[in-house]
Design a protein around this ligand. Sequence first.
Ligand code: NZQ
Ligand code: ZN
Length: 390
Amino acid sequence: MLGDFSYCNPTKLYFGKNALEGLKEELPKYGKNVLLVYGGGSIKKNGIYDKVMVVLRECGKTVYEDGGVMPNPTVEKLYEGVQRARDAKADFILAVGGGSVCDYSKAVSISVNCKEDPWEKYYIRFEDVDPDCKIIPVGCVLTMVGTGSEMNGGSVITNHKQKLKIGHVFGENVFPKFSVLDPEFTFTLPRYQMVAGFYDIMSHILEQYFSGEDDNTSDYISEGLLRSLIHSAEIAVKNPSDYEARSNIMWTATWALNTLIAKGKSTDWEVHMIGQAVGAHTDATHGMTLSAVSMAYYRAIMPYGLKKFVRYAVNVWDVNPVGKTDETIAQEGLAAMESWMRRIGLVMNLSDLGVKEDMIDGIVKSTLIMQGGYKVLTEDDVRAILKASL
Ligand code: NZQ
Ligand code: ZN
């Protein structure tokens, strides 16, 4: 492990069938006015809203609601949420939903007392929260597994007018104070969302794994997480209410993107940059934007990180290396990955997300180029990957 780093994760987790009990322990630590943030209404249909409201009432909170957070939350919604939080004089923000609701809540939390336009400051200029800007504390009750937003400082906001979907990874001061992770809260997810989340997890791990040349503990942890995910996802797609599989996946998702496996790594994130650009142009489901471009991307960069792709094939996909060239082993690993992706029902082509050939130049323009992977892409590389993904 050759990189230097500091490590701290301040988010307290409550995990399992009684995780909501944790909310009772946590809420009394914060002020009376709670902004309850949620999405398009799934929590009202599946009963989670009622369960959370019971706890909020028991804890004597005054609740102000901010519903209607859309998947891939927009900058317009952020401005609206900031106004609501100001009007409510919110002491605390409780996010009940998936990554979109958690990300949005973090964005509101750092924007309520921000003197500038938060989109410009945090997402265009990539600035940190000013030291004198009071951050409203956030807690999460997670209902969709994938993003890791429940235990990280990430917050992704979409600006459709500017055709930009940008994620800013903030520091520990922006992490949720706590997160409630009850695997059963995710059982009502539509299959499409469920499997999109599974691939989001895989992609997060791979974005960190496929970087660097050194022998790094983070890579061994990543391989373990990947093996658990691959195994449990096969079970979950056959039986979505298999608690053991869904709980393993929920836990894997959190560790996939809570900063641990990035330690000592340069990390890549180019699949996410391309996927986010696709998202900015189509508003497609995040995990599916990643699955649609991944195989073309990994096949394109494989020659530049061959040793790691060989290790991936053998340690994660159990490819037998005996008597084979490195190229063959690496290709067999990617083929095994692709057939797993198809088996669990992921979107494998951009055309299935509404992308047409004449949109490709625009998507290329919206794609940020990262420096930490095995190949720093050119615009032409991005274009070729997008074309191969159509
Ligand atoms: O809005 P509701 O009605 O709640 O429905 C949601 C939404 O339609 C539904 N859903 C969630 N939980 C449910 C449920 N439906 C039934 N039962 C439940 N228990 O699922 C749909 C998708 O929800 P969403 O929150 O959008 O999904 P996800 O968790 O994948 O979040 C996506 C957002 O997170 C960002 C993405 O870019 C995207 O904007 N990301 C955040 C990251 C981070 N914070 O670190 C990293 C990721 O790479 C990602 O970029
Ligand atoms: Zn992701």
